[in-house]
Design a binder for this molecule. Structure first.
Ligand code: KG4
Ligand code: ZN
Length: 350
């Protein structure tokens, strides 16, 4: 069956089509995907403006849908299920994707299915090959979330720890803003860090030795601000690169240490990394080395599918369907869940 996925929870409009066999042993296959990022539109404001985001999703979603169907050589009538991001995210932005998805499903006489955005992220390594084996530990690191989950199977998620303040992506973005790198600054900070010496500045590693699996990044941002002020009004380019490298290293140190602790605590031998920060090269290098030393395996989504996209939404819907966990809607009614704890999805029966 062909499953269409529509993502519109924040500042990316994503549409994708996957093919899912009836047999859960064959992972769904991505046929085509298209994405429009609003980053440039929000850059002037230094962050996402929800009303502008909603309006732009309206403009983008149908042209992206047409492109995906053309690229896949598929017709609207070939779609068997229309999946959309039901939450968490910006209410107005979610409503655009949900409204389009449910209307399209009704017009085609097909069911619709609301998907949890983070479930999309944490299952996204199934779009790469080889696919991860259950059970695994998932490190979810995005602009809005930093969580470690134990994933026993599709729909079987247990929260191990999470951030008590800023998310890892926020730590990248806020530090980047302090360094004058614009919005969203994560990728820009990572690029600048490649020319810097991380040892040039001493920055805190919050909660590194807390003994639990929680994170805290708000204090790091304050430390970056203090160091940046010390550099004066016209900082030297090399000093800025050094500070970027030190910031990245502090964030990566904590993410690597807690991921290893989660593997130890659960006895799992597979780590899955998902969410926008999962695109960070330094994080990947350090995790690859640390996990290999333990004799464990680490899986990432394809680089282009680390940040928000429609493919992970279509994939999560397809996997739920294959595992008999989807309850598609056919009545044209829908809602969105701007706040939606992932734990609510978990099925407790083995
Ligand atoms: O998953 P995502 O697209 O959106 C949310 O659901 O939040 O993640 C976006 C976040 C942003 O904070 C962005 O700065 C960060 O991921 N990010 C990166 C990199 N690429 C994206 N952070 C560090 N290094 C990168 N290469
Ligand atoms: Zn996301």
């Amino acid at each position: 069956m062909k499953v269409l996925g529509i993502e519109s929870s924040c500042d990316e409009t994503g549409v994708a089509l996957v093919e899912a066999g009836g047999d859960a042993s064959t992972p769904p296959r991505l046929l085509a995907e298209a994405l429009h990022t609003q980053a440039a539109m929000h850059a002037d404001y230094g962050g996402v403006v929800p009303e502008l985001a909603s309006r732009d999703h309206i403009r983008r979603v149908l042209p992206l849908l047409e492109r995906v169907l053309a690229d896949a050589g598929a017709a609207p009538a070939d779609i068997g299920l229309v999946a959309y991001t039901r939450g968490p995210g910006l209410a107005g932005a979610l409503l655009v994707g949900a409204g389009v998805a449910v209307a399209l499903a009704a017009a085609l006489g097909r069911p619709a299915l609301g998907v949890h955005h983070l479930e999309g992220h944490l299952l996204s390594p199934f779009l790469a090959s080889p696919t991860p084996a259950f059970p695994f530990v998932a490190l979810l690191v995005s602009g809005g979330h930093t969580q470690l989950m134990h994933v026993a199977g599709v729909g079987r998620y247990e929260l191990l720890g999470e951030t008590i303040d800023d998310a890892a992506g926020e730590a990248f973005d806020k530090s980047a803003k302090l360094l004058g790198l614009g919005y969203p600054g994560g990728p820009a900070l990572a690029r600048l860090a490649e020319r810097g010496d991380a040892a040039a500045f001493k920055l805190p590693r919050p909660l590194l030795h807390s003994g639990d699996l929680d994170f805290s990044f708000a204090g790091l941002k304050t430390a970056v601000l203090t160091q940046h002020r010390k550099l004066g009004a016209a900082p030297d380019a090399q000093a800025l690169a050094d500070l970027a490298a030190a910031t990245q290293e502090a964030i990566v140190d904590v993410l690597v240490a807690k991921s290893l602790r989660a593997l130890e605590a659960t006895g799992a031998s597979t780590l899955v990394v998902a969410g926008g920060v999962g695109a960070n090269r330094r994080l990947r290098q350090r995790l690859d080395a640390a996990v290999a030393r333990r004799g464990a395996a680490v899986h990432y989504p394809p680089l282009a599918l680390c940040t928000d996209n429609g493919a992970m939404i279509a994939l999560a819907a397809a996997l739920r369907l294959q595992h008999g966990l989807a309850v598609p809607q056919t009545d044209g009614a829908f809602d969105v869940r701007p706040r939606w704890p992932l734990a609510e999805l978990s099925i407790t029966t083995p």
